[in-house]
Design a binder for this molecule. Structure first.
Ligand code: FE2
Ligand code: FE2
Length: 245
């Protein structure tokens, strides 16, 4: 299983033209996350993310493109030297670590519109990331940047506010068990830029904004190859996946 993930990583490095020392450097940052059982689980059926790419595969591609964007900016101008590469990569590794496969999922049909996958999955992803990788959230400032980056990665698509109403999270028990300090950061992050029960803003931190851009580059160029894939972003149903099954 672990070997398979590493092979996939190398395959995507080739696809995105990441070479030499950079392949090693990025792998050293992401390896402990890639080898976690929850990440391995998300690299197989039924965790299709876009068309026939799994969440695990999508995340690997986002991490590679995020790495490339950060390195490019730092090379272009010294004023970008302050960008925290590890934080940007962690945002990429965690941003879609949501709980359940979202396409063709009957359970999702029962949810209120405001609690559908598109709006709440960044919140589920933060909860899972803190629960499964607590060591990465020990530093308060890093935690602020990582959490805000994950929560607002879908911009200009809005995210649900944590406003005391039921969010119908698929990992509610894990959310309830979180340390209050993390719940507070998440709540504040979703209440700023609030319009009704949604928050619409970019991440406050450049690391999050870079990763959000990488997510669009990967989704539009490589993951979505069919009309069904694009429609699924809105409807939650993708006929192409059933056909490939
Ligand atoms: Fe997402
Ligand atoms: Fe994504």
């Amino acid at each position: 299983m672990k070997k398979e993930i590493y092979e996939k990583y190398k395959y995507f490095c080739k696809q995105y033209k990441l070479t030499g020392y950079n392949v090693k450097k990025l792998w050293n940052i992401i390896r402990p996350i890639c080898y976690h059982k929850e990440f391995i689980k998300r690299s197989h059926e039924p965790f299709w993310h876009h068309d026939c790419k799994t969440i695990g595969e999508h995340i690997l591609c986002d991490a590679i493109v995020t790495y490339q964007l950060v390195i490019k900016l730092k090379k272009r101008n010294k004023k970008y030297n302050f960008i925290n590469l590890n934080v940007a990569i962690y945002i990429a590794m965690f941003h879609d670590l949501y709980e359940e496969p979202w396409q063709n999922n009957l359970k999702a049909n029962d949810k209120l519109l405001r609690n559908k996958h598109g709006f709440i999955h960044p919140i589920e992803a933060v909860v899972n990331a803190i629960t499964w990788f607590p060591n990465i959230f020990l530093d308060e400032h890093d935690s602020l940047m990582i959490i805000d980056g994950i929560i607002h990665h879908m911009y200009p698509f809005p995210v649900r506010t944590i406003d005391g109403t039921d969010l119908q999270l698929n990992n509610q028990e894990r959310y309830d068990a979180l340390d209050e300090k993390y719940k507070k950061i998440m709540k504040v992050s979703t209440m700023i830029g609030r319009i009704g029960c949604f928050s619409l803003r970019k991440s406050f931190y450049i690391e999050g904004r870079i990763m959000s851009r990488a997510d669009k580059i990967v989704a539009m160029r490589k993951d979505l190859n069919s009309i069904e894939g694009y429609l699924a972003l809105v409807t939650g149903k993708n006929k192409r996946i059933k056909r490939s099954d």
